[in-house]
Design a protein around this ligand. Structure first.
Ligand SMILES: N[C@@H](CCC(=O)N[C@@H](CS)C(=O)NCC(=O)O)C(=O)O
Length: 220
């Protein structure tokens, strides 16, 4: 049976959603985060980097959520519920599948780190300087780029119901994690089509079953 190594409140939710969409049997092994919000060392026994998600299929161990979704599409989805067939949708599928981890997540991780740095232990006289530098990086570098990302997504979802055409696909699953993270840290009122997409995701029956398995995304 497929085994999903799931870290609480993490990207593993994408994989549980995909597994529910294709209706394949799987077992979830849940790992709790450390007090520093990291993965526990036990996850390194499954994959050397110790990140989640990791999927095991017998002797095969796969990390990277995009690679796992592609593996499931190739090996377990004869009805092509995860990957569209027509050329235009397939191009969009590939773009957003890579965009989520290649362009979107690095900005979110940077924002998380720069917001955390001034809260770390440090001499009291250093803190105001650290705070001012970090705020500057967030406001002048990270936030404008995130606004560009949201506008790009909003434009795309104005013309498409889902990320890859008219049907839900693994591109939506891959994009769900950064969009949930964004929506948890700022209101998306100016982005009605992203909001509309979020409502559709939460209504999806397979998504709801995945939430029962691995929980809903919470803010860090
Ligand atoms: N690009 C990887 C990122 C994996 C990753 O960083 N996962 C996070 C959870 S969302 C993690 O394991 N964090 C714990 C840690 O870094 O210790 C993917 O898409 O799977």
């Amino acid at each position: 049976m497929l085994v999903l190594h799931h870290l609480e409140n993490s990207r593993s939710q994408r994989i549980a959603w995909a597994l529910e969409v294709i209706g394949v049997e799987y077992e979830v092994k849940t790992y709790l985060r450390t007090p520093d919000n990291l993965a526990p060392d036990t996850l390194k026994r499954i994959h050397p980097l110790g990140h989640a998600p990791v999927l095991q299929d017998g002797e095969i161990t796969i990390a990277e959520s995009g690679a796992i979704l592609e593996f499931l599409a190739d090996e377990y989805d004869p009805e092509r519920r995860l990957k569209p067939e027509d050329k235009k949708s397939l191009r969009d599928y590939r773009y957003w599948l890579h965009f989520a981890e290649g362009s979107f997540m690095p900005l979110l991780v940077m924002m998380l780190l720069f917001r955390k740095i001034p809260k770390q232990p440090m001499p009291f006289f250093v803190r105001p300087v650290a705070k001012s530098i970090c705020n500057r990086v967030v406001s002048s570098f990270i936030e404008p780029r995130l606004r560009d990302v949201l506008s790009l997504i909003e434009d795309h979802l104005t013309q498409n119901n889902w990320f890859a055409g008219d049907k839900l696909s693994a591109a939506d699953m891959q994009m769900s994690f950064p969009i949930f993270a964004m929506s948890a840290s700022m209101p998306l009122e100016g982005y009605p089509h992203i909001e509309r997409w979020l409502v559709a995701v939460r209504k999806d029956a397979a998504y709801q079953r995945a939430v029962v398995q691995v929980g809903e995304f919470k803010v860090f």
